[in-house]
Ligand binder design. Structure first.
Ligand SMILES: [Fe+2]
Ligand SMILES: [Fe+2]
Length: 167
């Protein structure tokens, strides 16, 4: 059985993951609008990943006999800046999520909830990967600057991303 404190915190995290999906869906729509189809694809895959992250929390709460409670999802922005700024925002957001996951782990330790600690390890590893992926793209974008050809190449690169469901 999961503690009420842990259950509340996990329900809040479902909301964080779903907001992430909302935010990336909005970024995908914006990228399409400015003609960056590869960027749009990358963010669309990100949407699927975030939904799968929320689903993992959902299953875990259920398996531990907890109660699922869906909270209101905030409205994401609809307007964004330059291609570089899209990924700066993404990195900032992922860093925020990393903090959330770390706080969940701290709580699981405080609560002496070993099952939650093992469960959260997956997310800790995932966040390292998430931040690193975004940083790699950000570095490339910084490298090409405002150069059109470089941006075109990056967009082409981002168009190849496919969704792999988490294990
Ligand atoms: Fe996530
Ligand atoms: Fe993420």
């Amino acid at each position: 059985m999961i503690s009420k404190k842990m259950e509340d915190a996990f329900n809040k995290q479902i909301n964080e993951e779903l907001y992430s999906a909302y935010l990336y869906q909005s970024l995908s729509a914006f990228a399409t609008r400015i003609g960056l189809e590869g960027f749009a694809n990358w963010f669309q895959i990100q949407v699927q990943e975030e939904i799968s992250h929320s689903q993992k929390f959902y299953s875990f709460i259920s398996e531990r006999g907890g109660k699922i409670k869906f909270l209101q999802i905030n409205e994401p922005p609809a307007e964004f800046g330059s291609p570089l700024e899209l990924f700066e925002l993404t990195l900032e957001h992922e860093q925020h999520i990393t903090k959330c996951i770390n706080n969940l782990m701290n709580l699981a330790v405080d609560e002496k909830d070993h099952a939650s600690q093992i469960f959260l390890q997956w997310y800790i590893t995932e966040q390292v990967e998430e931040e690193n992926n975004v940083k790699t793209i950000l570095d490339k974008l910084k490298l090409v600057g405002k150069e059109g050809h470089g941006l075109f190449m990056i967009d082409k690169d981002l168009s190849t991303r496919v969704f792999t469901p988490p294990a």
